[in-house]
Design a protein around this ligand. Structure first.
Ligand SMILES: Nc1ncnc2c1ncn2[C@@H]1O[C@H](COP(=O)(O)OP(=O)(O)OP(=O)(O)O)[C@@H](O)[C@H]1O
Ligand SMILES: [Mg+2]
Length: 399
């Protein structure tokens, strides 16, 4: 049984491309010309041009045995965070496994198993050699046969047949199984996955993610799983950390984050499709938005002033579509009339997505697939007050 570990990332920043800013380079050149010692770059200097702040004061706690998904758009710093935790990148701040600061512990001594998107198998070894490599490196050859046998058993049907094969003779899915086996073979206390399924076709992706989830459950190994696939995120993550532009914006279960996004970015990211967001203006006791008058809960009105611009949001499934011949009610609060432009059917969800444009803003409503909803003809939409979300226009923070 592997020993488990919690992970604590404390105020970690990472900047790539730490070249000197041109102004400082010029100062240093001048200093040398007049024979003075050149000034070093300090934290006060502007960050060098062209450099990227991949992680911006990130803090994150992963509990013993927990599976945490890191979710966010391309380039937001997910892989960098994983690599920092693995010890593969330098960083400012601290990383702890349990109460041990990992600053000076090399990756190979951290008890981690990593699975990358591109598999990263050693091409010169057959599958068994890939599994055995770690034990050879640590002079633990005696354990190889037993560990490979146990791992094959865990990996299940057909895995043993792959052991003698060279990586270049394996399919993508087979390579990924070997890569996963290699990661668990060493009894890691921490498993790190970086988009491990993105090179597999849809069917293999859905079967492999179940297989990985089974493994995680079976051993309760602390796991960090990077993905930008939300279905994968719900399966793999006990909790999610949502990242954007080098920052962790919110941590919680999918259900909690979905129900109460902490800011407009998370609201507009989580969900397929995500929340509808639109500009609003605070007026006496209400918010005008989408050519409608919305009545927010009093709690929200306490935190805004008249004339303030805010962002309002509602999830597609929370919009009520009324197709009966209702009295013209474009004017009653929380209602508006729209004509849907087209429909997107999702048979496996038994749902349809209806698309409209209201005063230049796109709006998507979701309804059961059986419902007959006309296109190009005004229908009435109700935005129930208790289903509305409001965010500050400037900061994006939830009100
Ligand atoms: N070795 C590097 N040198 C310079 N910049 C880098 C390096 N690695 C990453 N970056 C930059 O840091 C930022 C974060 O990159 P990272 O790979 O962590 O993003 P990501 O969230 O994993 O994206 P993706 O979903 O596309 O894999 C990006 O702007 C990227 O261009
Ligand atoms: Mg990445």
């Amino acid at each position: 049984m592997p020993h488990m570990a919690s992970i604590h990332v404390v105020n970690v920043s990472k900047r790539f491309g730490e070249a000197l800013a041109p102004s400082l380079r010029e100062q240093q050149r001048q200093a040398r010309m007049i024979g003075r010692p050149p000034r070093e770059r300090t934290a006060e200097d502007a960050p060098p041009e062209g450099s990227v702040l991949a992680l911006d004061r990130v803090s994150l706690d992963v509990r013993d045995g927990e599976s945490m998904v890191i979710l966010g758009p391309s380039g937001c710093g997910k892989s960098t965070l994983l690599r920092v935790i693995a010890g593969l990148e330098s960083y400012d701040g601290e990383v702890f496994y349990g109460d041990q600061n990992m600053r000076d512990v090399p990756p190979k001594d951290r008890g981690i198993g990593i699975v990358f998107q591109n598999y990263a198998l050693y091409p010169q070894f057959e599958s068994k050699g890939n599994l055995a490599f770690f034990f050879r490196m640590h002079k633990r050859e005696a354990e190889i046969d037993e560990r490979v046998r146990q791992t094959s058993q865990i990996m299940g049907l057909g895995f043993e047949a792959l052991l003698g094969r060279m990586p270049n003779t394996l399919s993508g899915g087979q390579k990924q199984r070997v890569a996963i086996a290699r990661a668990i073979c060493r009894n890691p206390r921490l498993l790190l996955f970086d988009e491990p399924l993105s090179n597999l076709d849809a069917q293999l992706r859905s079967s492999t993610r179940i297989e990985i989830r089974r493994l995680i459950n079976r051993f309760a190994i602390t796991t960090l799983y990077v993905t930008h696939d939300q279905t994968e995120a719900t399966i793999m993550g006990d909790r999610l950390a949502i990242m954007d532009r080098g920052r962790v914006l919110q941590v919680g279960t999918y259900r909690d984050v979905y129900a109460r996004p902490a800011n407009a970015f998370v609201a507009g990211f989580l969900g397929v499709p995500p929340m509808n967001l639109f500009d609003g203006l605070v007026e006496a006791g209400q918010v005008s938005a989408l050519q409608a008058r919305l009545t927010p809960p009093p709690r929200v009105l306490d935190f805004v002033v008249r004339g303030q611009r805010i962002i309002a949001g509602i999830r597609p499934e929370d919009i009520v579509i009324e197709t009966d011949d209702a009295p013209d009610a474009g004017d009653s609060p929380n209602a508006l009339r729209v004509a849907f432009e087209f429909v997107e059917r999702l048979p496996s969800d038994r749902a349809q997505l209806l698309h409209a444009t209201v005063g230049g803003t796109r709006l998507i409503a979701r309804a059961p697939i059986e419902r007959d909803i006309p296109l190009h003809k005004p229908v009435r939409l109700i935005l129930p007050p208790d289903r509305l979300h409001f965010f500050h226009a400037q900061t994006g923070m939830r009100i």
